[in-house]
Design a protein around this ligand. Structure first.
Ligand SMILES: Cc1cc2nc3c(=O)[nH]c(=O)nc-3n(C[C@H](O)[C@H](O)[C@H](O)COP(=O)(O)O)c2cc1C
Length: 352
């Protein structure tokens, strides 16, 4: 089991990097911000900082869960953590089950905390993991929060994957109530629906990461691993990221919604923040930048995204994130069509 899990870590990195352009869109092209020709302040006045999990970040950005659990990936977590420290963004490690099963692998996760002692670091486990394991994962890296991932389509596409999803929401409730740090429930690229987010809120969860469709596709990755090919309908299963965000935001609950799944640019990040999300996460494009280039390359990528966010904030007339979320946003095309059918009001974004 442990050996298989370890090999899977390497497969996921190898195949994620081999994925072509996603077949489906995250929907951000249907979200439009409006030009403000008279912002009345200078670029130097724009403030992208925020507080997340009690700590100040340079911008609301998260290097999302990628890896850990094989000796060959320790260097990736080391580099990601160094970059997170230097750029002032948050980071999550990949699933820590391998480290819980084999203490010899703990270092592949611990290195992230060693490299970034004061930063925001999130632990990561399946949402089915019991409270004792959840607490141990947090302790392993002195995490500021714990991500619990939901990934039914991936498990089903995985030959060795789970087939029984009984009791997951009860487990999430239990973990959330017993843990000393906040729990973030995340998808891995299939999107959270309004109904799921509502159920998570009722279970005590206050942070959700929509992990929507339009970026890394784990059905394709599992197909590459198994040599089988899922049908097009199954391969394209999921809720586009922009749709999932609007579904979650429409509940108007006191929760922090994290945008992720196919985000690529500072413009995407600005659009997500303007709608009302509190953070933006990216996984594959950061991994690719690091492996194609270097730590320096990834630092440039992240500072480039923050700089673009800054430009878009100025062009929208928003000096800070609190002002950005009051700016008008247009939702058009297929994303708007989805909202109409689901009875979700999008005019309130366009007319504010
Ligand atoms: C190589 C790789 C490994 C991943 N491993 C995990 C994991 O262990 N736990 C998890 O919650 N998500 C994992 N993810 C999912 C990401 O955190 C993220 O939700 C997903 O890739 C969508 O974001 P993206 O389109 O920016 O890549 C992984 C992603 C990649 C690319």
């Amino acid at each position: 089991m442990t050996k298989q899990r370890q090999k899977r870590k390497l497969d996921h990195i190898e195949y994620a990097l081999r994925l072509g352009k996603p077949e489906t869109s995250s929907g951000f092209e249907e979200i439009r911000l409006i030009n403000d020709s008279l912002p009345g302040f200078s670029l130097g006045d724009v403030d992208t900082t925020c507080v997340f999990m009690g700590k100040r970040l340079a911008a609301p950005l998260l290097i999302n869960a990628i890896t850990g659990g094989h000796p060959a990936v320790a260097n990736i977590n080391k580099s990601l953590a160094r970059v997170a420290r230097q750029t002032g963004v948050a980071m999550a490690v990949g699933s820590q089950m391998a480290g819980l099963e084999d203490p010899g692998l703990r270092q592949t996760y611990e290195v992230a905390r060693q490299e970034n002692p004061d930063g925001v670091l999130l632990a990561n486990l399946s949402a089915g993991a019991p409270p004792e394991q959840a607490a141990a994962a947090v302790e392993m890296i002195s995490a500021n929060g714990l991500q619990l991932y939901l990934n039914v389509p991936q498990e089903l596409a995985m030959r060795e994957g789970d087939r029984d999803f009984n009791g997951v929401i009860d487990n999430i409730r239990e973990v959330t109530s017993r843990l000393s740090v906040p729990v973030v429930v995340k998808e891995v690229g299939f999107g959270l629906s309004r109904e799921t987010i509502s159920a998570l809120y009722n279970a005590g969860v206050r942070y959700v990461d929509v992990g929507g469709q339009g970026g890394t596709n784990f059905i394709e990755i599992e197909d590459m691993r198994s040599g089988q090919k899922s049908s097009e309908g199954v391969r394209n299963w999921g809720i586009p990221t922009a749709v999932s965000l609007l579904e979650g935001l429409s509940l108007e609950l006191p929760i922090l919604i994290i945008a992720s799944g196919g985000l690529e640019t500072g413009v995407d990040v600005a659009k997500a923040l303007a709608l009302g999300t509190g953070m933006a996460g990216m996984a594959k494009i950061f991994l690719k930048e690091l492996t194609d280039k270097s730590e320096e390359g990834l630092i440039n990528k992240i500072t480039g995204i923050i700089n673009e966010l800054r430009l878009v904030m100025l062009m929208s007339g928003a000096k800070n994130l609190a002002q950005l979320v009051k700016k008008p946003v247009l939702v058009t095309g297929s994303v708007a069509e989805w909202m109409i059918r689901r009875g979700i009001d999008i005019d309130k974004y366009a007319r504010r």
